[in-house]
Design a protein around this ligand. Structure first.
Ligand code: SF4
Ligand code: FES
Length: 250
């Protein structure tokens, strides 16, 4: 396949950035999208240029690093896949493909397609954990029975890989789908109950501090989420947040 790639180049958060055009030849339809960018970078390096910076790690849909907009869609045209799981057979010979970073003020561009998603880490640090007594009297986790339906639901929420596609696809740059998945994975399990109220308050407070927008129920996040995280997580978080806020005011 021969393609024309239009790639966003930006030297840092303060650089204005621009689109750069690169023709590329001999792309195999069986290559992953990231392998195609590797090929392009080889071509750029051979010509003495500066390779395109992009995030990637596992290349199997687990780590959530390969964040980019492809032809205006988070992770490209496929549904339920990350960029590393997208194959070039999803495109046609002769296509022009635009590749851009996530666009959200809470995710500043570090370089080219790489953005700073440490805001997500700070939200997790604010409450995305369970405190466990490690004094030697810890109860074995398997001793706490969890109904299968609840375990499955918690597992679905826990499949969020923190990629940020939900934020990037949202017109408000809201992080509600991500935060609600992280709140829900604990709220649905007995182990998450002791800190359930303080957790949701702290995580939402940190989310607001980071500058993410509010949810207006547009649903773009759910459509673009590679892990199919459900909007019902947001409803659960909102209920928990209201209940916990009311209690903390009393
Ligand atoms: S909710 Fe989906 S889109 Fe958002 S960070 Fe998690 S996996 Fe990515
Ligand atoms: S590189 Fe890990 S999810 Fe794509």
């Amino acid at each position: 396949m021969n393609l024309t790639l239009k790639v966003w180049r930006q030297n840092g958060p303060d650089d204005k950035g621009h689109m750069e055009t690169h023709p590329i030849e001999g792309v195999s339809p069986d290559m992953s999208f990231l392998e195609m960018i590797d090929m392009l970078n080889d071509q750029i390096i051979r010509a003495g240029g500066d390779p395109i910076a992009f995030d990637h790690d596992c290349r199997e849909g687990i780590c959530g690093m390969c964040s980019m907009f492809i032809n205006g869609e988070a992770h490209g045209p496929g549904r339920g896949v990350t960029t590393c799981q997208l194959h070039m057979r999803s495109f046609k010979d002769g296509d022009t493909i635009a590749i851009e970073p996530w666009r959200a003020s809470a995710f500043p561009v570090i370089k080219d397609l790489t953005v700073d998603r440490s805001a997500f880490d700070r939200i997790i640090q604010a409450g995305g954990y369970v405190s466990v007594n490690t004094s030697g009297n810890t109860i074995d986790a398997n001793a706490i029975l969890v109904p299968k339906v609840q375990a499955d639901e918690a597992f679905s929420s826990a499949t969020c890989i923190g990629c940020g596609a939900c934020v990037a696809s949202c017109k408000n740059a809201s992080a509600m789908l991500f935060v609600s998945a992280k709140v829900s994975q604990f709220a649905l399990l007995p182990q998450g109950q002791p800190e359930r109220e303080s957790r949701v308050l702290r995580m939402v407070e940190q989310m607001d501090k980071e500058g993410f927008g509010n949810c207006t129920n547009t649903g773009a996040c759910e459509v673009e989420c590679p892990k199919g995280i459900d909007l019902s997580n947001i409803a659960r978080m909102n209920r928990d947040f209201l209940k916990s806020s009311a209690k903390s005011e009393n």
